[in-house]
Design a protein around this ligand. Sequence first.
Ligand SMILES: Nc1nc2c(ncn2[C@@H]2O[C@H](COP(=O)(O)O[C@H]3[C@@H](O)[C@H](n4cnc5c(=O)[nH]c(N)nc54)O[C@@H]3COP(=O)(O)O)[C@@H](O)[C@H]2O)c(=O)[nH]1
Length: 640
Amino acid sequence: MKPPAPAAPSPNGQAGLVAGLYGLLAALWIALSDRLAALVAGDTAQLTLIQNYKGWAFVAITCTLLFFLVRRSLSRLQGSYRALAESEALYESLVQVMPQCLYRMDRESRITFANRALERHLGKPREAILGHSPREVYPADLAAKYRQDDLRVLQGETLNLIEEMVSLDSEQRKRYIEIVKTPTYAPDGSINGIQGIFWDITARKSAEEQIEYLAHHDPLTDLPNRVLLRDRFLQAQGQAARSANRVAILFLDLDHFKLVNDTLGHPIGDRLLQAVAERLRRGVRETDTISRQGGDEFVIVLPELADPESAGSIAGKLMEQMHEPVRVNGHRLNVTFSLGIALYPDDGEDFDTLMKKADTAMYSAKEAGRNTLRFFTAAMNVEAAARLKLQNRLQRALEKEELVLYYQPQFDLASGRILGAEALLRWRDPERGLVPPGEFIPVAEDTGLIGPIGEWVIGEACRELRRWHEAGATDLTMAVNLSPVQFRRSRLVEIAARALQENRLPAECLEFELTESLLIREDAAILETLTALKGLGVKLSIDDFGTGYSSLAYLKRFNVDKLKIDQSFIRELCSNPDDEAIVSAVITMARQLRLRTVAEGVENAEQATMLRRFDCDEVQGFLFGRPMPAADFQALLGHR
Ligand SMILES: Nc1nc2c(ncn2[C@@H]2O[C@H](COP(=O)(O)O[C@H]3[C@@H](O)[C@H](n4cnc5c(=O)[nH]c(N)nc54)O[C@@H]3COP(=O)(O)O)[C@@H](O)[C@H]2O)c(=O)[nH]1
């Protein structure tokens, strides 16, 4: 917008006023002075005298008048000069200290004014800027863009121009600026140039870009997140709809990742996720999108697939890629995952439906034993609904006191004396009756419910053992199963110590059954917990011995007391020479290491006879007694 002209007194008007006043005074003097002199003079001599002096009087009066008028004008002018100088100084100081870059240009885009901020921005002194045009400062494409904008301003098409542009600073780095350009006007109102003010918004721009990136990526793995994945799926869906191809959604969940997190700690878990992300990246095409959904879940969108089999073979390759263990901080971790596949348009049209179905298929792969893949089928929906229901109901089972412990007796093989029992969890579900632990413990581990459930099991097993001791069976022991997940989540040592103290039980009559998978992890926290448990005086045994890992080093490191030979070796002990050899070897080795042995799953007398021949210390199995409710176990004790 053209600026309004400042309101100043007109010089012609001022001069005309002075001349008019003077003319009026002179005319009045000429017309009236002689008459006035004749009127006031008493005689001719007096009149002559007055006439002699009246000319001088006129000069004196007009000089005085001129003096005051000129002085008034000059002091006004001086005031204006002073005000102008002050405003000029103010303007100059503001313009020079302002952080924004300010410049003026003529119609040919030659810079006629530049403030210090612009000098700093360009890294050049004012002399090197003035008289030059952006063409000499910026690369051709940038200068051309600036000139285009300038022409619009010069034509008055766009008077104010605010836009984000790219500029180059003194080190030729790309900077983002926001700029306002307005025309400048000559006194006759014509546009004679451009003035521009711009400021650096690079920091804001990169913060915006960072926010934008974070909104679409997973910070741990740098992979796209669900938001970006949805976008990519929509693009792939559009292409597939045109080409009559398919899009596959692969839902991957690492097997036993919780265990890694819970036993080796979150930093190792994070590194593992990063390593897995890297391997997945290597296993897919540029056009495929891998994303992390959070936790240990990854989702891959495969666009433009000709047939469902292609999705299966890509998924198979990804699984093969995991065969090589992942090395993290000196740990060699075997990584497998369960993978579910849903296809567009076969299994659904929209992203959310397909994600849900791929997730359901992944769960089905987990249930099928993990480290496998499943395509979605309609029957899986029914299973998924059942699993969700189980999760919700298990949450309430503990509060509603629906969990119970059964006790399976353990015997000294040589004497047949009852030594104690293993506490085995059951869920007395009002809908389904007695539910075995295998059906709900994995769900409890997945949801974190194993913490409170495990705490209740330890407390209840100790209360029951107290009852037996009070009934006189003070030599009996109680074995309790521990889930590896309980090791990091709950305060295991504190819980065990409290249960023993509240029930006034000696620590050595409580035994924790641990899995081999827990012990092979070289984790300081696990070692610390096990050492503290041993410090309390409780016993440790290794459950399902022989089915897990072949490293026996942990037997020494964790100071265990007992090996429980897995029932899979006992089942065919009398008919399979391999099982016979394994059981015999384990018992011999345990004896050398001064560890006790328990054979579990003993179902017939032949097995018991052979175990006796091998000098096995203890037995547990249906031959001697099934897991039973507390009342039945107490009755059993009454008959000893
Ligand atoms: N973290 C926790 N895990 C628990 C708890 N309670 C049980 N469990 C785990 O569930 C597994 C299965 O237990 P269950 O279904 O009770 O089976 C036990 C016995 O019933 C069964 N058994 C015993 N003798 C025989 C036999 O002669 N034949 C035969 N076919 N089965 C038999 O073996 C299971 C006991 O095994 P183990 O623990 O290895 O001694 C169970 O293995 C636990 O892992 C719990 O409170 N917390």
